[in-house]
Write a protein that binds this ligand. Sequence first.
Ligand code: AMP
Length: 392
Amino acid sequence: MAPQETQETQETQETRETQNVTFADLHFSAEIKKAVAAQGWETPTPIQSLALPVLLGGEDVVGLAQTGSGKTAAFCIPLLERLDGRARGVQALVLAPTRELANQTAAELQKLSPEGTQKPVVLCGGMPINPQIKALRRKTTSVVVGTPGRTLDHLNRGTLKLDSVGYLVLDEADRMLDMGFAPDVGRILSYTSAERQTALFSATMPNEIRKVVDRHMRSPKWLRVEAETTTVEGVEQVYYKVDGKEKTRALRAMLDAEEEPLAIVFRRTKHGATKLHRQLEKDGYSSGLLHGGKTQSQRDKAIAAFAKGRTRVLVATNVAARGLDIPDVSHVINYDLPEDVDTYVHRIGRTARAGKEGVAATIVANDEKRDFDKIKRGLPVEVRESRLPARS
Ligand code: AMP
């Protein structure tokens, strides 16, 4: 028990020490500071205040932080800061569970790099491999962002070399392990030098993650932001009890009560998502569809249409919506219950991005009450029961 206690004390201390850190106080280049300012970011988020000094100082970090907390920039800024323009080979690798997250991280890296000059190579499954091989051959390639399966594929083919990687990130590590990527991640790490700096971010800290940390990291600093200080803070969490057959009616009532909702509606299966999407279209709603069975280009189109507000509803499955960062999502609606607390937290993190407000609503059928109670008990905040808006 003793090490656990030490760790808790350390975390609390770290959390307290972060008050009032500004970007100006932090030691990274003026060019990257300029890029940060260009994003309109004034002060570091809590996880950034904690992680940036440690990562910039060259130490390993295990960060317990959810999406929406600003964790991406927390590991991207030190990554960019470390890059050596004269060095050859891949200097930094970010592993992410899904293509969407990998693409978003690559985009954030580019935005934060001096003059937007750093364009990481993205290695994701479901995309043609030859353009990736070509990109990896370029002498200027110094940053790779990939999903574990495809990254390992390139290593096996000999088209990717990781011996010069000095900075490695495991992003959304719990999700990567949930998706069965643990062996792939282990193999990928074995291709890198033990001298590298490693950052691991995760929304939850199951034992499997602790094992990864023990095996692959060097005396990391454990950092945690309290749930209330993440941007999930801006999410009003409610649930509606309905009869099982009444779910679609409940959803329509919710959508109709809003003037211009931008809502992600979660379903458990591809089939369920497709069915609901078709029903909504039939009922006159502008709806998009996002699930793992869609091609990358179909997914990109659905996301773009929704991000621009051309479709007001996006019916999605968990895996497809992972890591989505769309600024103005007003509602996350759990049409089907999430499987567990972790999935619930990830889903609701799709709204109230970057300090904005949002509503997370869960539609609970009579026979789902017990499962939902279990989820509620695992949450640090209260989820309020609400009544459906009256039909207008
Ligand atoms: P993430 O948790 O990395 O997915 O980031 C959540 C959102 O916060 C993204 O839309 C970022 O662009 C935004 N963000 C990151 N850092 C800051 C900051 N210091 N101030 C305001 N917004 C930020």
